[in-house]
Design a protein around this ligand. Sequence first.
Ligand code: XMP
Length: 501
Amino acid sequence: MENKIVIVDFGSQTTRLIARRVREYEVYSEIITPEQIYKIENVAGIILSGSDLSTKDFDYRGELEFILKLKKPVLGICFGAQLLVRYFGGKVEPLVTKEFGSATINVLNSSNFFRDIPKSSTVWMSHNDSFSAMPSEFSVTAKSNNEIVAAFENEAQKIYAVQFHPEVIHTHYGKELLSNFVFKICKAPKNWKRQSILESILKDGQNIIAGKNVLCAISGGVDSLVAARVVSQLAPKKVKGFLIDNGLLRKNEAEHVKEYLINKAGLDITIIDARERFLGKIAGVEDPEKKRKIIGETFIRVFEEAVHTYKNFEYLMQGTIYPDVIESKNIKSHHNVGGLPESIEFKIYEPLRLLFKDEVRELGRSLGIDEELLMRHPFPGPGLGVRILGEVTEERIHLLQEVDNLYIEYLKKHDLYNKIWQAFSVLLPVRSVGVQGDARTYAYTVALRAITSNDGMTADVFDFAPHDLKKIASMICNNIKEVNRVVYDVTTKPPATIEWE
Ligand code: XMP
């Protein structure tokens, strides 16, 4: 059955968003690498993503030939559009005046793709190159105000292309355009309903692990928690789990998760206390990359040892989710997907590997997991290790845990926590002069971060009301004597990253 939309990822920051959008229409979408094109089957349509590559260096001619032979609808976005132009013999050249950010396009020819879209609308552009000669196979369907080709198509062959990004929210009719492609052109079936996700995970899981001994690797985050809950539903008596406490978790985090999993989900969980080991390894290390590396490597060692101490299990469950799967294929190595011994005698079970974060939360909700646990903000693998700038000591960890707890509790109490994608505090290796009571102080500075985001790839600063920031600052300084100054980080990503190290 032609049941999915495949998105070929040429390396754009927004590829995941395309997949996310398609799933919002309840159509199953999958992201693949260019090498996987030759294995495409059962597709209703193919989307070629953007990229920071240039078609001068990479033309993917063989891959495009294969795709076009399938005779399925194709939508090229930005770099994807440029690939199509080059393939059909047109010319792609650098623009003199680049188009970045908001632009207005004017639709010249209405078609199925532009059905019900206004003649003039705002889109989001991000390109260095444009088309200096269009192949005769295509008719231009929209131009930007700069008279630059913004969209073209060959309706008979069902090939469509846009120079802008319909997947980002700044393109005002982006959702409608993608929906036109998915439904009017590809005629894709709606097969990705929330309920059907849960049913299919449980049904597949039934076939895989029911009655088997399963070991759950729990990180303390939302994903592994939901995955563990799925497993406990399927193989209630045969599940064991472990959580590595590296000493860099938030205040009481390990206990909270353990409490939930043991008392509410009925899982047999052990907390592996590796605090001393981690802290010993990073003692005296100030360089951020070195810290990250040491924490990552220690995690792998402790993980390997933990797995070896458990005998007689057939499956190891991990909370890997779809963005981890894509990322591990691309740039970052993620501890969920890496970190396993080379020769393993057990099989891996990853019930959430096809889901995005909000789908994981939805699944967790339908399995009855507490809202508070589900809505926790993302937390990096190296934990507070990358939020204590410079040397990490036990005293500093304790200090930051207390500060962060005050900050987060304030956000929860004032209904701000769920409006923010991620909030945390950072302990700076800076002391400054203050005055408390009648005494001069010389104490730490803490930076607060709060951002809004779609998926952590880009981030905007959360707009606090000034009185909230002032109250948080005074609450922190009044309660934590080691801190006498609080600053708010007002940098977006890019140019900054979300974490400070
Ligand atoms: P950055 O700092 O790169 O962070 O803008 C983007 C998002 O990723 C989280 N993050 C990590 N998550 N392991 C993780 O599982 C890591 O090593 C890691 N580093 C950053 C970060 O908290 C933010 O949500």
